[in-house]
Ligand binder design. Structure first.
Ligand code: ATP
Ligand code: MG
Length: 331
């Protein structure tokens, strides 16, 4: 069984939502699946990027994945642009996608609304189709992602099924792998909006590579409600529930155990403890990232090896697709 997922190098650090929503699952799935994980630089340029910054962030992203436990001996860990077959398959799939169908993607609508439709690129519009290519080219069975990617995954499934119907069984139809409890981590200042690299307010975003003291402070000033009781109730107590989710995921204690532990205590106690478990997690993580970045040559070698492995699988699918579509094989 194969697993594929990717993360954009669109910031200097991953955030807590990326980790709890997706990356933690990446690491665990290595035990049971054949795993392909990538830094999706092709996706990153759907919004404007400074070339130097993009290059740095691509390496920092890879270093963070290694530091979180992605094991390059077990997983193919690579950079998306190193495997040209993704873009090649994407074109074929674009030609199977309806314009209206692509236009229904809510993430495009949100991001385009922020940038203004004249500024939003065509790449931002077709991004979910490239994502479908990323997944289908590896014949992935499962795709560990956060809740915000569910609609894109549905498009990948539709494209796989449509292609299979038109041209004969070619693609595995992938399933989203979304862990409900941590599928959506919220902005600390706006606990009804998803924590996001590009859209969160600075104080609402917990970056794994940020100064732990600063992150602790952000948690202590997280928005809660005017009540007092620490109970999990996402409707009425979005902020407190988000903090409980984060605490539970990082400490391994269940939500109900935490609710019991905070009986008679207040929000301040909860925040203090969440800050503590976070600092305990990020401090050694940051050390590990630093050591991977101390040896860039080795890091680049790891990525090159990963791309080589990925290309074998990707090329196999692409050649079947080109044949099915009716492209003349090169002599
Ligand atoms: P951007 O704002 O640039 O889109 P992002 O924060 O959404 O960045 P991505 O690189 O697009 O990060 O997503 C990487 C993975 O993290 C995806 O699987 C996505 O579903 C997951 N993810 C992102 N934000 C959250 C969140 N707040 N909670 C849970 N999972 C999340
Ligand atoms: Mg995103």
């Amino acid at each position: 069984m194969r697993v594929l997922s990717g993360i954009q190098p669109t910031a200097d650090s991953f955030h807590l939502g990326n980790y709890l929503g997706a990356l933690r699952q990446w690491v665990l799935l290595q035990d049971t699946h054949e795993t392909y994980y990538m830094v999706v630089d092709l996706h990153a340029i759907t919004v404007e990027q400074d070339p130097k910054v993009l290059r740095r962030r691509t390496r920092v992203s890879a270093a963070q994945l290694l530091a979180l436990g992605v094991d390059p001996d077990r997983s193919a860990l690579f950079v998306q642009s190193h495997v040209p077959e993704h873009a090649q398959l994407s074109w074929v799939l674009e030609c199977q996608t309806g314009f209206g169908e692509a236009g229904r993607m809510t993430q495009f609508k949100d991001k385009a609304a922020k940038q203004g439709t004249d500024h939003a690129s065509v790449g931002l519009f077709t991004y979910p189709i490239l994502q479908a290519a990323d997944i289908l080219i590896y014949q992935a069975n499962a795709v560990p992602v956060g809740e915000d990617q569910r609609q894109h995954l549905e498009l990948s499934r539709n494209l796989a099924q449509r292609f299979n119907r038109r041209y004969g069984k070619t693609f595995t139809v992938p399933e989203p792998y979304i862990v409900k409890d941590t599928a959506k981590i919220y902005d600390l200042q706006e606990p009804t909006a998803k924590m996001s690299k590009s859209a969160s307010s600075p104080n609402g975003l917990i970056e794994l590579l940020d100064d732990p003291k600063r992150s602790a402070k952000k948690i202590r000033s997280a928005v809660t409600d005017t009540g007092r009781e620490v109970v999990f109730d996402p409707e009425q107590k979005a902020g407190v529930s988000n903090l409980l989710t984060i605490h539970s995921a990082l400490s391994g204690r269940s939500i109900s155990e935490l609710e019991n532990a905070y009986e008679g205590k207040g929000y301040g106690d909860l925040k203090k403890d969440v800050a503590e478990v976070l600092v305990e997690f990020v401090t050694p993580f940051q050390e590990r990232v630093k050591s991977y970045l101390d040896d860039i040559a080795e890091l680049d070698k790891v990525l090159a090896r990963g791309a080589e492995r990925a290309r074998v699988a990707a090329a196999e699918t692409l050649s079947v697709v080109y044949d099915r579509i009716g492209f003349l094989p090169p002599a």
